[in-house]
Design a binder for this molecule. Structure first.
Ligand SMILES: Nc1ncnc2c1ncn2[C@@H]1O[C@H](COP(=O)(O)OP(=O)(O)OP(=O)(O)O)[C@@H](O)[C@H]1O
Length: 589
């Protein structure tokens, strides 16, 4: 490539480390090597650049899965292999996509291919700021679904496209102000799968690129301690020689053991790197406490159903699929998909979208992948038949219904509708099996829920209730067990907590049962509910008398302080009109 005319004309820039002059297009890769050598003091050491690892897919069978997230880069194209050198951007032909010469060449090769599929030049990748809408280029829905998983293609690149999480990113939140001021502190992003941790890190990356900060990604599932050392070494050189900051994003940071985490502790402390860690696990237990104390913990929540609907609707729109509302009329395929092609129009029921938004339980990746699978399955089936029945009318097109999205979401061959009836049916079956002291059935229903993706904390909360409602004072320790189970589940999450729940469920199935307190309390509530007229006053002798006036009014008068008496005390504690009532003997009122 060095002999090409294009590069002979390209402006030469000087390496600030070795002062060598070379074409601008080569400066990034040259500088990477130069900085490594300069820090290590051993020239010629082969360049090592840790790669972001492939993240596990939660739904199998997606086309293009193999390329997956392993190839993705932080927004702006900066990764360990492609540090951003804004210093040299001026005059570069491909300034918008900083990277190595090889990468730039690949980008050039990619443009005609994209253009051939009708993509706007410069539409950018899904990871590029604002690029997610443009990412789904292609003529037909099927073409738009080719390649990377839909969730990756639609990863937002700007805060404006980031949905939900207002508690940490809304206006006037600390994190937003810091992002706007380009003041990125070390962060630990903690939240459930698919809630947007990696996406937020990408947005920070693209934001920080604007002030020349480098952004390097490592995945704790595949990176070795040496990879961390390499990144740190390079960051030190960058800071020392170029005064450039480095942000190190470590996905699934909880997978690093404590000593690996220790490797970057001093460098976070002295500011060589700004650390952004993402974790689904409680960082209090998984992240070295010294490291944690140097990071702000940002707690992201499961995406709400509304947020999920927004994300799904956006995806549906990008794919050119039409949503069938309750009262929308469709009589012919002319009203169908926006896809300008010979492909039959694709419709999706509005209910299917809301069901999907519920079922994916705040996990956008699951929701988008479920949508992708449902659409692809229907498109394949639609090759044999293009007739869909839409609101009683037969039209030419492909229709995606609630059942299709449920199929798309099926986990481990178990369909468990967390938002619907199945959720209540299973928890009821578990409750009744424990009450009936059937330990086998109890375990079965527990597993049905957990394997179907039920929130373990939901089950744990039901166990706390069961401990008092059904076991009560027959074994008061049951309540302690249930609360400990809840805390255990909270600490370690799934799948490790399943055995904690199983232990508690078997304990409860085997425990003696008593509803004595539960029924007595129900009787008291019924007594209050059924009372006619004003409720009886608190007897004067039971009232406290902190002031003289109250004493004068008879408060506390004749009250018998029990510890002063050797013999049992004769004293009435209920209001006069309830004298002698025994809530423990009464039938439910
Ligand atoms: N807040 C959001 N707004 C819009 N899209 C989102 C949001 N959160 C997630 N997504 C979508 O879901 C996909 C997966 O999200 P992301 O990788 O950020 O999740 P994560 O929290 O890092 O999950 P994991 O813990 O499994 O790595 C993204 O590619 C994006 O398409």
């Amino acid at each position: 490539m060095e002999g090409t005319g294009a590069q002979q004309e390209a402006p030469l820039v000087r390496c600030p480390v070795c002062l060598w002059e070379l074409p601008a297009a080569h400066i990034n890769s040259h500088l990477d090597g130069c900085l490594q050598d300069s820090g290590a003091g051993k020239g010629g050491e082969p360049e090592r650049s840790p790669q972001p690892s492939s993240k596990k897919m939660r739904l199998s069978g997606l086309p293009g899965e193999s390329s997956g997230e392993g190839e993705e880069e932080p927004a702006g194209g900066s990764g360990p292999n492609a540090p951003v050198f804004s210093l040299f951007h001026k005059g570069r032909a491909a300034a918008a996509t900083p990277g190595t010469p090889g990468r730039a060449a690949a980008a050039h090769r990619a443009v005609p291919a994209a253009a051939a599929r009708g993509r706007e030049p410069g539409a950018g990748s899904a990871a590029s700021p604002g690029g997610h809408a443009a990412a789904l280029s292609g003529e037909t829905v099927a073409q738009k679904l080719e390649g990377k998983p839909l969730a990756d293609k639609l990863r937002p690149g700007t805060l404006g496209d980031y949905v939900g999480q207002d508690q940490v990113l809304g206006e006037q939140t600390l994190l937003r102000s810091l992002l706007e001021a380009h003041e990125i502190p070390s962060l630990v992003l903690w939240g459930p799968p698919g809630c947007g941790k990696t996406t937020l890190a990408h947005i920070i990356a693209s934001n920080s690129k604007k002030n020349g900060t480098r952004f390097v990604t490592l995945s704790a599932t595949s990176a070795k301690t040496n990879d961390v050392r390499d990144v740190i070494k390079q960051a030190e050189n960058e800071k020392r020689l170029l005064k450039r900051k480095t942000i190190l994003f470590i996905d699934e940071i909880h997978r690093f053991n404590k000593s690996q985490q220790d490797t970057f502790l001093p460098h976070v402390e002295c500011g060589t790197v700004t650390l952004i860690g993402a974790t689904t696990e409680n960082p209090s237990f998984q992240v070295n406490s010294a490291l944690l104390s140097r990071c702000r913990v940002i707690v992201l929540e499961k995406l709400s159903v509304e947020a999920m609907e927004t994300i799904l609707m956006r995806a549906i729109k990008s794919l050119g699929i039409r949503v069938l509302g309750q009262d929308e009329q469709h009589t012919s395929s002319a009203n169908g998909s926006d896809s300008k092609s010979s492909e039959s129009p694709v419709y999706i029921e509005e209910k299917a979208v809301s069901t999907l938004a519920y079922l994916c339980d705040g996990d956008a990746r699951t929701g988008l992948n479920g949508l992708q699978l449902a659409v692809q399955a229907r498109l394949t089936a639609g090759k044999t038949s293009h007739q869909a029945s839409i609101q009683g009318c037969s039209v030419d097109g492909v229709l995606i219904t609630e059942d299709h999205v449920k199929e798309g979401l099926q986990r481990s061959h178990i369909l468990y509708d967390r938002a619907g009836e199945e959720h209540y049916n299973c928890i009821s079956a578990l409750h009744k099996s424990m009450r009936g002291s059937d330990e086998n059935a109890s375990l079965y229903w527990l597993a049905r829920m957990l394997e179907g993706g039920e929130d373990p904390l939901y089950v744990a909360r039901r166990l706390v209730r069961f401990a008092s409602e059904d076991i009560g004072l027959a074994d008061p320790l049951a309540l302690t067990q249930a609360v400990a189970t809840y805390q255990g589940c909270h600490f370690i999450g799934m799948p490790e907590c399943e055995v904690i729940l199983a232990q508690c469920v078997v304990y409860f199935a085997r425990a003696p049962k008593s509803i004595e307190v539960y029924s007595a309390y129900s009787n008291v509530k019924a007594c209050l509910r059924n009372h006619q007229g004003p409720l009886p006053p608190v007897p004067l002798h039971l009232r406290n008398a902190p002031t003289r006036l109250m004493k004068d009014l008879g408060y506390g008068k004749d009250y018998k302080y029990n510890p002063m008496y050797q013999e049992p005390v004769e004293q009435e504690y209920l209001p006069e009109e309830l004298k002698g009532v025994d809530f423990f003997k009464r039938q439910k009122m």
